[in-house]
Structures are given as C-alpha cells and as structure tokens.
Design a protein around this ligand. Structure first.
Ligand SMILES: [Zn+2]
Length: 59
C-alpha cells in the first residue's frame, strides 16, 4: 500500500495544503489502489475529456 502518486511519485505526506490533498484521486486498477496527486489528476481528467493531440497544449 503506497500513498505516493502513481504518475509523479509525489507523496501525500509532502503535500501540506488540505485543499490540494482533497483533490487527490484514488483509482483502483487490477485490485490495486493507486493515487493520483492533485496535479496529475487534473492532467488525467484532461486526457480523458480532451483526447486532443499533445501539441494542442504546446505554446
Ligand atoms: Zn502526481
């Protein structure tokens, strides 16, 4: 059982802002709970909703 973000490795213990902790998402994949931090969860949602080519987001 880990409390680190599955994408970037950030740990929940390293996040001090309660609002950011609330934005963490727990996902269950093949019976294993995984966390996505507030930053990666946002990016993940955008991936799902957008399905846009990566260069869309480039400046
Ligand atoms: Zn992350």
């Amino acid at each position: 059982m880990t409390d680190a973000c599955a994408r970037c490795g950030r740990t929940r213990a390293s996040v001090t802002d309660p609002a950011e902790l609330l934005a963490w998402v727990r996902e269950r994949e093949r019976g294993i709970d995984q966390w996505l931090c507030h930053v990666c969860a946002r990016a993940h949602v955008r991936d799902i909703e957008g399905k846009l080519p990566a260069d869309y987001w480039a400046p």
